[in-house]
Design a protein around this ligand. Structure first.
Ligand code: UDP
Length: 363
């Protein structure tokens, strides 16, 4: 069996790492990795390949920047060429980025079946580029590997054939289970930043709905400035967010307690997450990692795809339209814990995905 994996953005490198690891252990299964280039800075790309033990991708398309149509279109053209050359049995795509959609669309048009990892997630907000990408990718996929019960239910209610909906759990849980153990409080990043365990807030912000809306981003920055007088805030700033903050002059004169740092590698990030007092984020992956490490989370969005964490009390949603509301949501959530739940499977999603593909493609 020949699997062609299309990845291009930070969370996809992380998710694909466990699946690639499983494939590498199986004789008779080959993987060809295509890196679209959507994320290309070394701290947004290379570091993950190194830290998570992944081989250099066979194809590096180096496509990034431009509008959504421009970027997705260029990817589609180049991925099609690779597919015609490689003729894989299946194309594996992850999540909800432009790379996901381009990979799925290029494959299905060539009649190569598509497997979508992290299928069925919905925010029901079509303004999000991610929502469009994930709905369209699901629509053309033969295998929809769902991370949660809710995701499988969304697909059922959209009329998807039950045979294509395959609940496997969340590959990010597999990754966290494997690498979380490798990290303890003695790692370098806490010492470097002079932080004590459980005495700081970790923040990440990169969703377009926050970065592209000046009022929302200003409310988030204002809330962080306020909170940083109570306890330090560490904020690894995504390149897109940094560019916007720079352009609006909001990077100047940050208070001493607000540590803006460059994006960090996966292991540093795990350390920052594991030992935080609280995580404030608009990231999908980081919401779940907060839960994996039993850290309370405040999500800076109007809705989330990971509803089970809100229902079980591990996560609170706050619309970043008012700095006061964000700051008070964080203050209230500090020290809180949710119920004991296990919504993301058993940490063997990667294994289940590959075994299912082997079985179905042998038939
Ligand atoms: N992450 C990281 N370094 C950072 C910020 C995030 O390694 O500086 C990791 C994080 O631990 C998680 C993933 O990147 O595993 C989440 O990616 P991101 O927030 O970019 O995307 P999303 O999950 O929202 O799609």
């Amino acid at each position: 069996m020949k699997v062609l994996t299309v990845i291009g953005a930070r969370p996809q490198f992380i998710k694909a790492s466990v699946v690639s690891h499983v494939i590498s252990m199986l004789p008779g299964v080959d993987e060809v990795v295509v890196h679209t280039g959507q994320h290309f800075d070394s701290n947004m790309s290379d570091v993950f390949f190194k830290e998570l033990g992944m081989s250099t991708p066979a194809y590096q398309l180096d496509i990034h920047g431009g509008g959504h149509g421009d970027m997705t279109g260029r990817m589609l053209i180049e991925i099609e060429k690779v597919l015609l050359q490689e003729r894989p049995d299946v194309v594996l795509v992850y999540g909800d980025t432009n790379s996901t959609l381009a990979g799925a669309l290029a494959a299905v048009k060539l009649h190569i079946p598509v497997a979508h990892v992290e299928a069925g997630l919905r925010s029901f907000n079509m303004v999000m580029p991610e929502e469009v990408n994930r709905i369209l990718t699901d629509r053309v996929s033969r295998w929809m590997f769902t991370p949660t019960i809710t995701a499988a239910e969304h697909l059922k209610s959209e009329g998807v054939d039950a045979a294509s909906i395959i609940p496997v759990g969340d590959v990010m849980y597999d990754v966290a289970k494997f690498h979380g153990k490798r990290v303890d409080a003695s790692g370098r990043i806490l010492a470097k930043l002079g932080l004590e365990e459980a005495s700081y807030v970790l923040a990440t912000v990169h969703r377009a709905e926050n970065t592209d809306d000046p009022a929302r981003l200003a409310a988030i920055v204002e809330a962080f400035r306020d909170l940083s007088t109570d306890l330090p805030i560490v904020w690894p700033v995504h390149p897109r967010t940094k560019a916007v903050l720079q352009e609006r002059g909001q990077l100047d004169e940050m208070p001493a307690g607000l540590h803006l740092i460059d994006p960090v590698g996966y292991l540093d990030m795990v350390q920052l997450e594991k030992y935080a007092a609280l995580i404030a984020t608009d990231s999908g992956g980081v919401q779940k990692e907060a839960f994996f490490y039993s850290v309370p989370c405040v999500t800076l969005r109007d809705e989330t795809e990971w509803v089970e964490l809100v229902e079980s009390g591990w996560n609170r949603l706050v619309s970043p339209t008012s700095a006061q509301e964000v700051a008070s949501a964080v203050r209230q959530a500090l020290g809180s814990k949710g119920e004991a739940v296990e919504p993301y499977g058993e940490g063997n999603a990667a294994e289940l995905i590959i075994q299912r593909l082997i079985k179905d493609l042998a038939e």
